[in-house]
Design a protein around this ligand. Structure first.
Ligand code: CAO
Length: 214
């Protein structure tokens, strides 16, 4: 409620072509099964977001109490919204830039399981620098998430779907796996042009095959 009342929100909506990413995820998912690690899209999205946060550090910052000073963080602690029987919680995965897809997947399994069992420690819910809220496992296309203070931006991820996309060069329609996503941000810190630049860049990163390699 505080976030909704005090932060002037703007949401930028966009799409990412994750056809190649999906192929890689399926490969890693098979490998993960041997280690009992479930590999979903979320760790890839976390990695892609960090690539963009490094290029656009204003999105990885917080406003101080007076709203006068902007504190830019040089670490990447990503909050992940988890739906539990007792409501929404947002545990934080630390140092995402330093972790592999398997490590992030294992941490996600652990932290979301313990969130559902109400076994998270208070310090696991603090210190985030940016949040991702994924409804991709459920459905819907595009929603407007609310920024988690003191952070200044949040990514909302929806369910990807196959679409016919026109290839101008090849003059043909091709089936592509398209991810809808939204970025809500604090308009005191980020202007509309930067918001659109962030989502445009995120789309480019998601399309690139090797952005998540360690
Ligand atoms: N498009 C298509 N499929 C997707 C997808 C997407 N964007 N995101 C996930 N999926 C798929 C997964 O790959 C998985 O399929 P497979 O079993 O074939 O691999 C399936 O959906 C289920 O995924 P999941 O939900 O278990 O896993 P996740 O890592 O995507 O998400 C978690 C984990 C904890 C974030 C999620 O379970 C959850 O709680 N989401 C709700 C968050 C929420 O409530 N947000 C709203 C907050 S209000 O702002």
């Amino acid at each position: 409620q505080e976030a909704w009342q005090e932060i002037p929100h703007v949401t930028q909506y966009d799409f990412g072509d994750i056809t190649e990413l999906d192929k890689t995820r399926k490969k890693l998912k098979k490998e993960g099964e041997k280690k009992e690690i479930k590999v979903t899209f979320l760790p890839f999205l976390m990695k892609a977001v960090v690539v963009v946060l490094k290029e656009m550090p204003r999105f990885n910052s917080s406003l101080d109490h007076n709203g006068e000073n902007l504190v830019i963080k040089n670490y990447y602690h990503i909050g992940v919204a988890v739906d539990t029987p007792s409501g929404l919680v947002v545990p934080v995965i630390k140092d995402v830039d330093k972790k592999s897809i398997f490590k992030l997947s294992a941490e996600l399994m652990d932290i979301s399981g313990r969130a559902r069992d109400r076994k998270l420690l208070p310090n696991e819910l603090q210190g985030g620098t940016f949040t991702i809220s994924s409804l991709g496992g459920i459905g819907g296309a595009h929603f407007s998430p609310i920024v988690t203070p003191p952070e200044v931006a949040i990514l909302g991820v929806s369910k990807s779907d196959w679409k016919q996309v026109y290839d101008k060069k090849g003059k043909s329609f091709n089936a592509r796996y398209i991810l809808p996503f939204s970025l809500s941000y604090d308009h005191r810190v980020i202007d509309g042009a930067s918001g659109a630049s962030f989502t445009t860049r995120l789309s480019q990163v998601l399309k690139k095959e090797s952005f998540f390699e360690d």
